[in-house]
Design a protein around this ligand. Structure first.
Ligand code: UDP
Length: 330
């Protein structure tokens, strides 16, 4: 079995590629390398190209016996999507549409798709279940939901089977320290706090201390990137065994506030990390916590690294050894 991984040089993509390789699955990666990192992809055939340009996909489907696709390639910053929504529709929706067309042309009918908790918008109840209403609060979530819907209809019309995985807050790094998280610019909480621990930032801004939560800061569900990788592996197995489509949340089921995350980083790094109360960031719901019961029951998913301190330890190991990330960009 050979799996095509789009966006395999990105953060979650590269950890999933490593996880699959370690389980003896052949992988081919396509990435446009705008945000991806070449050193993050270890010992795997790698193609540089955009999904929208079908010629790279044609070449891959002709050269390799691709059985299924895991589709990570996308723009994924909420703020950026609000500023430039058409770019998000173009890269995410149009790129994906071309991928689906090429898959069908080459008779590949199984896909695992990276979706997001952002499809829910402001949640009506906590923990969030897959059956809860979806009202994205930004174009990023809107494009991911549009693709989920495209998949529903493509299943009905062409038998394109999919597993959509709605990630909560991906965090951590390869426990063996081989690869990790490197975004330019970094916007995610844990790497930002660790950059402050390394002295690369003066302080961490806490975006809002007046939310209706215990300590006033936002609560999120942080899930280890290797546990996300495990879910992709199980999703592929499920598609193979049952040929049935499904949608699953992937989270820890536990919420941690911004202040608790900063405390965990202080504990793990043993550094004083300055934190400064700052205005709210637009579009942040107060609390996002997943129910992942469905993934546990139907995929047999069992997150391994559920402690926040372990997640931070693995991220810290990477950041200490790679203070400038992969350092592979101009
Ligand atoms: N956050 C913060 N300061 C930062 C970055 C993030 O207070 O410098 C908060 C953000 O408002 C959110 C949480 O940390 O409540 C997680 O944000 P992140 O961008 O990591 O993930 P998101 O929840 O947006 O997917």
């Amino acid at each position: 079995m050979t799996v095509l991984v789009t966006g395999g040089a990105g953060y979650i993509g590269s950890h999933t590629v490593l996880y699959l390789k370690e389980r003896g699955i052949d992988v081919v990666v396509i990435d446009n390398m705008k945000k991806g990192h070449r050193p993050a992809v270890l010992d795997v055939p790698m193609y540089t190209g955009d999904l929208a340009d079908g010629s790279t996909l044609d070449e891959i489907f002709q050269k390799h016996d691709i059985d299924s696709v895991i589709h990570f390639a996308a723009d994924s910053l909420v703020g950026e999507s609000v500023e430039d929504p058409l770019r998000y529709y173009e890269n995410n929706v149009n790129g994906t549409l071309q991928l689906f067309k090429k898959m069908l042309e080459h008779s590949v009918k199984k896909i695992v798709f990276s979706s997001t908790a952002a499809v829910y918008g402001e949640p009506k109840s906590i923990p969030i279940r897959e059956s809860d209403p979806t009202f994205p609060a930004n174009p990023y979530g809107e494009t991911k939901l549009a693709i989920e819907k495209m998949l529903k209809w493509a299943d009905q019309a062409y038998g394109l089977k999919s597993v959509c995985l709605r990630y909560f807050n991906a965090a951590g790094a390869d426990p063996k320290g081989r690869i990790g998280e490197d975004h330019q610019p970094e916007t995610h909480l844990i790497p930002i706090v660790l950059q402050a621990a390394l002295g690369q930032r003066d302080h961490v801004a806490i975006y809002g201390e007046d939310y209706p939560t215990e300590d006033g800061s936002c609560v999120r569900d942080y899930i280890h990137v290797i546990d996300l990788a495990q879910a992709h592996y199980l999703a592929l197995k499920k598609l193979d065994q049952t040929n049935e489509s499904g949608i699953y949340n992937l989270g820890n089921g536990q919420g941690f506030s911004v202040k608790q995350v900063i405390e965990a980083c202080r504990r793990v790094t043993d550094k004083d990390i300055k934190a400064i109360a700052s205005p709210r960031r637009a579009g942040d719901p107060a609390v996002l916590i997943a129910s992942s019961q469905k993934a546990e029951e139907e995929l047999g998913w069992k997150p391994q690294y559920t402690s926040l301190d372990t997640i931070v330890e693995h991220a810290w190991q990477w950041h200490q050894n790679h203070p400038n990330g992969y350092n592979d960009k101009e």
